[in-house]
Design a protein around this ligand. Structure first.
Ligand code: ATP
Ligand code: MG
Length: 210
């Protein structure tokens, strides 16, 4: 599909939302390949505050997660970081964030970047129709999460959304924050799964030990 290559007069902004507990190379590769493929001017990483889907688990403090993203993207001038969700009080929903981004970046067309798992779950989000009116979606391939069935169904049932949801094959990385946290707890190596400054930060702060 070539929908993203239509002539256009809007600048494009990528948004990469996530818990980033911790950020790892899976996130960074997805963001970079999306930026490159869809000609996004920049990608803004938005760490979640209190994630509505993850209220069961104890997550690292917003400040630690923010600091880790900051360390991870420091060497890429096309990547940025926003406090928009972590500074908001109460549960944060992507739809609210997108409304604020839309206002702040009125000249831009927004592209929300996810992995294949989040991509195929879009209809479980709050106000998916509204979300898809504000932003296009890019779903990066992720091992273990096939998007083919989802995309087929979407094309049949919601052709208007199908046009705004783009699946992107990236060099797939079977890395997850869950696995990294488990490895730290078991005192296994996490080297090369995430940027070295992030690994050192986790060690220094003693994150994920219990
Ligand atoms: P957790 O295991 O805690 O859920 P995670 O590794 O899935 O962590 P999240 O912060 O939940 O990371 O993910 C943020 C976004 O990054 C989501 O859209 C997710 O699909 C995407 N993502 C995470 N890991 C990868 C990966 N290895 N490849 C592609 N996309 C990824
Ligand atoms: Mg996840």
């Amino acid at each position: 599909r070539q929908t993203h290559q239509k002539p256009r007069n809007h600048k494009r902004l990528g948004i990469m939302g996530g818990t980033f507990d911790p950020i790892h190379y899976g996130h960074l590769v997805a963001a970079e390949m999306a930026r490159n493929e869809f000609e996004l001017e920049r990608v803004i990483f938005i760490p979640t505050g209190a994630p509505p889907h993850k209220t069961g688990r104890k997550i690292a403090s917003s400040e630690f997660r923010y600091d880790m993203v900051s360390l991870a993207i420091a060497d890429n001038e096309l990547f940025d970081l926003s406090r928009i969700e972590i500074d908001r009080i109460g549960p944060t929903y992507t739809v609210d964030t997108l409304h604020m981004m839309q206002e702040q970046y009125a000249d831009y067309e927004l592209y929300f970047i996810t992995g294949a798992d989040a991509f195929r779950e879009i209809f479980t989000w709050r106000n998916p129709n509204e979300v898809l009116e504000i932003t296009q979606f890019i779903g990066a391939s992720r091992p273990g999460f096939d998007a083919f069935v989802f995309l087929n169904q979407l094309q049949q049932e919601h052709p208007e959304f199908y046009e705004r949801m783009h699946f992107l094959e990236v060099p797939a990385l079977a890395i997850s924050s869950t696995d990294i946290r488990l490895r730290v707890r078991k005192e296994q190596s996490i080297r090369y799964l995430l940027p070295e400054p992030v690994r050192l930060f986790i060690k220094e702060k003693g994150l994920y030990h219990e």
